[in-house]
Write a protein that binds this ligand. Sequence first.
Ligand code: SF4
Ligand code: SF4
Length: 587
Amino acid sequence: MAKRIAVVKPEKCNPAGCGDYLCMKLCPVNRSGSECILKSSRSKIIIEEMLCVGCKICSNRCPFDAITIINLPADFDAEPLHQYGKNGFRLFNLPVPKLGGVVGIIGVNGIGKSTVLKLLGNVFSPNLGRLDSEADTKEVLSFFKGTEAQLYFERLYSEKLSVSYKPQQIDSIPVHYSGTVRELLLKSSEKALVEAFSEKFDLSKILDRSIKDISGGELQRVAIAASLMKQADMYVMDEPTSYLDIKQRLKVARNISSGLTEKNTMLIVEHDLIILDYLTDFIHIMYGNPGAYGVVSQSKSSREGINSFLSGILREENVRFRDYEIKFQKHTPAKEKLSASAVAEWDSLVLNLGNFSLKTGKGFLPKGSVIGVLGENGIGKTTFVKMLAGLEKPSSGKISTTVKVSYKPQYIPSDSGQPVSMVLADALINHKAQLITPFELDKLLDRKVNELSGGELQRVAIARCLSQDADLFLLDEPSAYLDVEQRIKLSKIIKSFMEEKGKTALIVDHDLLFVDYISELLFVIRGEPAISGELIGPMGMEDGMNLFLNDLFVTFRRDGESGRPRANKLDSQQDKKQKKANKLYYA
Ligand code: SF4
Ligand code: SF4
């Protein structure tokens, strides 16, 4: 096979706008008389990979970012399992579903996870890199000969395995369906099971509400319950924790795998590594180049897989897919952090908003710390952040601050027609290396804000917030819509940014691994969602997490190798030991 991959995005290729096939004029192979870049029948371009020398002149000079050239390592000799047309994305290898087990997939967006799920679910068959036809079943079985995947495909082809699928895009459910929650669930199973699953997934109170009127978190739980209620050989959960708070994530995680038997299997794609670790028995890491090619790693135990992912290295495959590793360091002693001067302080605050009320005791934000805020949905986290940003006025009490504040809201306005380059003007001048490059924002600069996806908009909003001339940065749910790799990058960026500049950040988020990595102190909000919340803190990580976890009946240990927190299985020996010692979490 060719030692390089040339990917062309026809929707971006605009020969009239680039000066009449600029890439063809510049390609050294074309200039020497051969036809490496050709015009396609649709007046776009095609690249002959066997002739390409991988100089990247075309990809560097195309003004529309329509070409990606990847020079593969010399020892890369895998054949694609599936390819989307000439110069299209290609996938190498597949994860192996295991009977009675839960297999997780970690990978960035655009690396081929959806293709994997469709191939394993028999939505379409692999074409083995052939561009004109699907491969027949014999060829697929021979491709996987002698591997576990061969057994899986034999079963898939002979017994017609049934698959129950929880899609990633749950937002489209209310677009296609207009009944009540109960009616939707009854489509999946009989009445008794609907009641049992409603109990498990906290849906009993909303069974008679219209699907169109429920929140994102409720919709996610309905989608998971509907999928698990079906009788199937393989269950596929595509991002089951989006829109859920930490309490709901852990509860859903406990319930997701409880119905699995030795005869069926489950495949999970998830960006929250604590949940993935808790739920899965095995993990495959997907690496490569988003939009161009994806390779599925060998199967690893969950622990080994997540540690490899954090380290950025796959030892068995001899691949480094990130140039830095994430190591969880011991937190600076809370006493030291809490003795710093305050950038904001308050006496008892009360804020009444309709039927909801948020209360605080005397509190402050110490200078030079990253402080996490934990609490359920609807408990007042955003309200607290808005008070600090000066957007909500307390009904009683006052916040004193003399420092400048920069705020990234939870919901980012996306209707602006402004170009991204304008929104990021400060970041471009002062923080190109710290923010623009690591967040890969260069490619978005010419786009308009209202054209961005959720994840792109999030990255732009975080970079804008951090680039402001401020002393206190308030970031409400910065990990939402980001994939697992972007979350890793974000945690590293926020941590080093605050350390280098001695600034203060307050972070509200539901990804516990992310909060654990960047936070030095915590606020916890307890109470009853939508009724009342009470802010407690700031306090050290151990005290804060112990307080928070007390309400969740879960304990965390530290992984010996990476130092990351790992949730203990409920009622495991370690779980019981930690509960007895009242040490629910180790800082
Ligand atoms: Fe022009 Fe880029 Fe298309 Fe080549 S790929 S023809 S440079 S728009
Ligand atoms: Fe031509 Fe170089 Fe582009 Fe290959 S990478 S198509 S050789 S310009």
